[in-house]
Design a binder for this molecule. Structure first.
Ligand code: CIR
Length: 263
């Protein structure tokens, strides 16, 4: 791992957990009571893990009218050259977009997904200059087509992948090292990512494929010890966090931040 001083800084945008989080969208998870204070404490630990990985964390203010607003990953795709504001598949989440636009102004030029296209950031996995877009219950093919037209001028390729049984593509696969992906092969066809090595989640931990790779570290939920043992054996440096309370809102670790390479 490079020493911190020679690495490019990464800014992580997070948003305070709203007091209304119990009213969140749920698709594959049964509703259970959520303790807002516990969720906030875990969210703060997550921010500390990002800082330990070398990020500068900027926490955006609470949006009490938007129960899912801590899941900032879904409302923008931030690249070095541009930020694409999404049009979330869940109607209840569309009001979050104007707020993230405000937060991103000044960091990147902004573009929009419009019309009947839908796109959730959790469905966009960037691997080098390729954006893999999961076609899911939240993201439609028009969303992928619009994203392609917005990012092609910057030299990105957009490829689509079908997502089965998972909320988002990044529920099923995330990058955990330069050439390595963490994947649940029951939910996504890993052979598509041929050039990458893969580590499969432990079969008893289907939700374990979601991780944040930043600064040479992997932030990953302690709910998945068997998968973490696999990662440790593979030499992956983990920053484990308890994300169980936000997990009740169907949030993984990646969805709680937007990472921006600071220039
Ligand atoms: C939702 O259903 O939209 C939220 N309750 C959870 C969003 C999780 N986002 C993500 O994994 N990227």
């Amino acid at each position: 791992m490079q020493p911190l001083s020679t690495r490019q800084r990464t800014r992580a945008l997070t948003r305070d957990v709203p007091r209304t989080i119990a009213d969140c969208q749920l698709t594959h998870v049964a509703r259970a009571p959520i303790d807002v204070e516990v969720a906030r404490a875990q969210h703060a630990d997550y921010e500390r893990a990002l800082e330990a990985a070398g990020c500068t964390v900027t926490r955006l203010p609470e949006l009490a009218d938007h129960p899912d607003s801590a899941f900032v990953e879904d409302v923008a795709i931030v690249l070095d050259e541009v930020a694409v504001l999404t049009r979330p598949g869940a109607v209840s989440r569309r009001g979050e977009v104007a707020h993230i636009a405000q937060a991103l102004t000044g960091y990147r030029p902004l573009r929009d997904i419009t019309g009947t296209a839908t796109l959730d950031g959790g469905d966009v996995l960037r691997l080098a200059r390729t954006l893999w877009v999961g076609l899911s219950g939240r993201t439609n093919s028009q969303g992928a087509i619009q994203l392609r037209s917005l990012v092609t001028p910057f030299g990105y390729e957009v490829r689509t992948v079908s997502v089965k049984s998972a909320l988002h593509l990044k529920t099923a696969v995330t990058q955990i090292a330069e050439r390595t992906l963490l994947v649940n092969t029951a939910w996504v066809d890993a052979s598509l990512f041929g050039a990458y090595d893969t580590i499969e989640v432990d079969p008893s931990e289907p939700f374990a494929a979601n991780a944040v790779w930043v600064g040479g570290w992997v932030v990953h939920s302690t709910a998945f010890p068997r998968t973490q043992a696999r990662l440790t054996r593979a030499g992956i440096q983990l920053l484990p966090v308890d994300a169980s309370e936000l997990g009740k809102a169907e949030g993984g670790v990646s969805c709680c931040s937007l990472l921006l390479a600071d220039s």
